[in-house]
Ligand binder design. Sequence first.
Ligand SMILES: [Zn+2]
Length: 406
Amino acid sequence: MAASLPPARAATQDDIRRHNLGRITQHLHASGATTRSDLVALTGLNRSTVGVLVAELSEAGLVREVAGPAGTIGRPSLMVEPIAESVVVLAFEMQVERTIGALIGLGGQVLGRLESRHRREGYRPATAVRQVATMAASLIALAPRQATWVGTGLSVAGVIDRSSGLVRIAPNLGWRDVPVQELLDRAMSTHFDDPPQTIVGNDSDLGALAEVVRGAGRGRQSVLYLTGDVGVGCGIVLAGSGMVDAGGYSGEVGHMVVNPHGLACHCGARGCWETEIGADAILRAAGPEAGYADVAAVFEAAAAGEPTADRALRSVATWVDIGLGNLVNIFNPQVIVLGGHLSHLLPYLAHADGPRSALFATREQAQIALPALGEDSTLFGAAEAAFEALLLDPLGTLSRSRALAS
Ligand SMILES: [Zn+2]
């Protein structure tokens, strides 16, 4: 994950140059227009080196210099800003009943957005990738003529082998061992000549990435991003980057057992966190006789002061607190971002300043936050994953990609 500036260490002059071009592009992409003096301070490079690097990026069409606000002496300083129309990525978020797609330019600007609905039952992988490729064609048609398309990111709620884009299991779609990246690359090639490769990621991991780059976890080194929907997942960022684990499958906190006397979970265990705080748990707590169509209806009723809905959310929130306490004790995070429906449960947590069940020392450092990117953390995370190659090697990636107009 490109969560922070990489360490300033490299082998050859070429490596150092590539690395520094990447650091400057990463900063401009995440933070927008910046003065040259701030780039000097941020990179620790000298003024003339920064000047040469900015000139190279400008010549490649990635950045431009514009007049900034006037300073105290009156003369405006020049700002370096990323050009959103220079490079674009496609980002997709596949949910249970809809897929959202966006065309996103350098700097995180949304240049186009689409949504396509599908039925949960019988949503086969072949249909799904065809639908995404068709959306891709409509989104790319909206791209500026001079743009270069450098990547595509797709979020799926499931256990995913990130290196191959193999979806090991996506319980809510009923998929098991589906080579989504391979299928999508093939579907894309029916619409485009030589499209950039697709990256498939887990929804919580991508949500965490986006919140660290440009959201509630910005500038923080240890951040957890929780997704709450039918299932519950957790993206884990430690020391500024995604957790390195055996298979890339960490963060399955929805299957952390919190209630040994609870209900059976689809995973085979009993009393998993998601059986206590997932969407079904909320509807169950509100009582089937109340007839709420979905969790949004329960949140609305509770906000309107309906006592049954309010009681249901308070009871679910006690289980949220228990699971958060475990996570805070294990990871000692600076920020825990509550995504998905969990964001609506924040007001019902007993202690908004940290879970009651955590040790006082870990708790006092953990800030519980709402996602700064609202419902789009995961979608923006898919875009960040697609930008990763460009941010590591801007000029190399550009030279390997094709401008849309060519
Ligand atoms: Zn489970």
